[in-house]
Write a protein that binds this ligand. Structure first.
Ligand SMILES: [Zn+2]
Length: 518
């Protein structure tokens, strides 16, 4: 699974193992072969972190005679090696649980997860709560895929939270055919994960592997790796509601709340997906959507591939322009042709998705509000601005298409008037929040991305920025008045400077007058 933030990062385009679709091939009946199982799982992270690896039920049926040969070979094997190979799929959750109890491992049971661990019980570490949180997440996963929970109420995963692998091997719960994972490994309804020191990251890892178990078994998932890992990341990302909303502060009552796009960094300690996308952007190395769609599974060995897959699925799930087609594609077969199926889905617009993805990664932040930050691309060239024109800029939206186009090489003047609310100051709990007002120059009380909050920003979309990075909005003017030169031939976009997750509490608009300087 997914590596932690701060684990280091380096691009390495050489020596990728085979495509994981092939790696994951084989048959549910087949004797699992070490090299196959391991291909996806034995990819070394850059600081030794091993990434998530999975193996599913969906794998291609084996031909009859091949199956006979395999069965003969399997039958001829003796000792633990043979038994382990045969039993990864075959042993029931009850049988596995009995083995765990006999071995003296802790067994924590929920409705949909049996979690066994050799981790000593420690008050306040949250491990006891994991099966309950898993069950809450499971309901959210059913909802995501429009599955009736009642039809799958008997579904259970068997997870091992591992400190000492030898104890699990001795108990017969860690077959030697399972690759020597560093973070996690999922095999149909079974998963193994290395214990983590951070409770939030431990929960995330558990749920990430849980999504794999869910999708492999209930949706026969065999998709390209960006979806496999991206959906595991999105459906695992969450915050815990501490229960204060229902009148209790009892930590044991904290509830799973799905946040595919996390609202606050504090909710997802050590996850680092947003920070990684920002760093890739700053380095001019951020992938576009098409790059992510084509990313081999082998690349999912470092944080950047996970961050990219997560960002792609998050945008496609949450952006109002793309969510309906994406959801429709997700309800269909989750097979190796998923990319093609998505592109053939009614309502899919690949060009806009690519551009919207670049706009998203350009300004990615916690709580990014796709409803308010979605850009209207409908008049990409706009009408030529040959005389004074005044446009209205709403405070509660991201980049707004003015409909007017500027000419590179010309010079323009700008004058903005009006007053807006840009959030509120919260002080003492007993006092009502004080609306924070701004004019086009912004307020120096707080800065965002190097500029005062609320400051008017005027930009153009540049497909090939001078710094060589992905397409982005290039700011050409800011503030209440001045003159400026365009970055390109093209339409003007305006907005107030505010985090894209904090637009909902803004109000009002500015009037922005732009005219050519003769
Ligand atoms: Zn994974």
């Amino acid at each position: 699974m997914s590596p932690r933030a701060g684990s280091g990062f380096r691009r390495d385009a050489s020596g990728f193992p085979p495509n994981p679709v092939e790696c994951a091939g084989g048959s549910r009946h087949a004797l699992p072969r070490r090299h196959r199982l391991g291909d996806h799982g034995k990819l070394r992270g850059l600081v030794g972190l091993e990434i998530c690896s999975i193996r599913g039920l969906h794998s291609k049926p084996m031909r009859f005679w091949s199956l006979i040969v395999v069965l003969i070979v399997a039958a001829s094997l003796t000792g633990e090696r043979g038994r382990a190979a045969d039993t990864i799929d075959a042993r029931s959750v009850d049988a596995l649980t009995a083995s765990a109890r006999r071995a003296g491992l802790r067994v924590l049971e929920g409705d949909h997860l049996v979690l066994v661990t050799d981790r000593p019980a420690r008050a306040g570490d949250g491990v006891e709560d994991l099966p309950r949180i898993f069950d809450e997440a499971w309901s959210a996963w059913c909802k995501h895929y429009a599955l009736d929970p009642a039809s799958h109420e008997k579904w259970r995963a068997f997870g091992c939270l591992v400190v000492d692998r030898e104890r699990f091997r001795a108990a017969g719960l860690l077959p030697e055919k399972i690759p020597d994972f560093a973070n996690g490994h999922c095999y149909n309804h079974r998963f193994w994960m290395a214990d983590q020191s951070n409770p939030a990251y431990r929960r995330h890892l558990l749920l990430h592997e849980g999504v794999h178990a869910f999708t492999l078994t209930l949706r026969s998932l065999d998709t390209p790796p960006w979806y496999t890992e991206g959906i595991a990341e999105c459906l695992a990302t969450h915050r815990l509601d501490d229960g204060t909303t229902d009148g209790t502060t009892d930590g044991t009552k904290s509830r799973f709340v799905s946040t595919p796009l996390p609202l606050r960094a504090a909710d997802v300690e050590q996850l680092g997906r947003i920070e990684k996308i920002r760093a890739l952007r700053a380095a001019g190395e951020c992938p576009g959507l098409a790059d992510i769609f084509a990313t081999p599974g082998a690349n999912h060995r470092d944080l950047s591939a996970y961050a990219g897959s997560w960002a792609a699925v998050a945008m496609l799930s949450l952006h109002p322009r793309h969510a309906p087609a994406f959801a429709a594609a997700e309800r269909g077969p989750l097979d190796a042709a998923f990319n093609r199926r998505l592109m053939e889905t009614t309502g899919w617009d690949g060009d806009q998705a690519e551009r919207d993805f670049d706009a998203f990664t350009d300004e990615i932040d916690y709580g990014y509000d796709f409803n308010r930050s979605g850009i209207d691309w409908t008049s990409p060239s706009g009408r030529p601005l040959d005389s004074l024109q005044t446009v209205s800029v709403a405070a509660d939206r991201g980049w707004q298409n003015s409909g007017w186009s500027l000419r590179k090489g010309a010079r323009y003047s700008l004058k903005a008037t009006g007053r807006c609310t840009i959030g509120a100051l919260t002080g003492h709990a007993a006092e009502p929040p004080m609306p924070l007002e701004t004019e086009a120059n912004g307020i120096s009380l707080r800065w965002y991305r190097g500029r005062p909050l609320g400051r008017l920003l005027v930009a153009q979309w540049v497909e090939n920025p001078g710094d060589g990075g992905r397409p982005r909005c290039v700011v050409v003017a800011t503030g209440a008045e001045g003159t400026f030169t365009p970055a390109t031939d093209g339409v003007v976009f305006c907005k107030l400077n505010d985090p894209p997750g904090e637009l909902a509490d803004n109000d009002g608009q500015l009037a922005v007058a732009i005219e050519p300087v003769r």
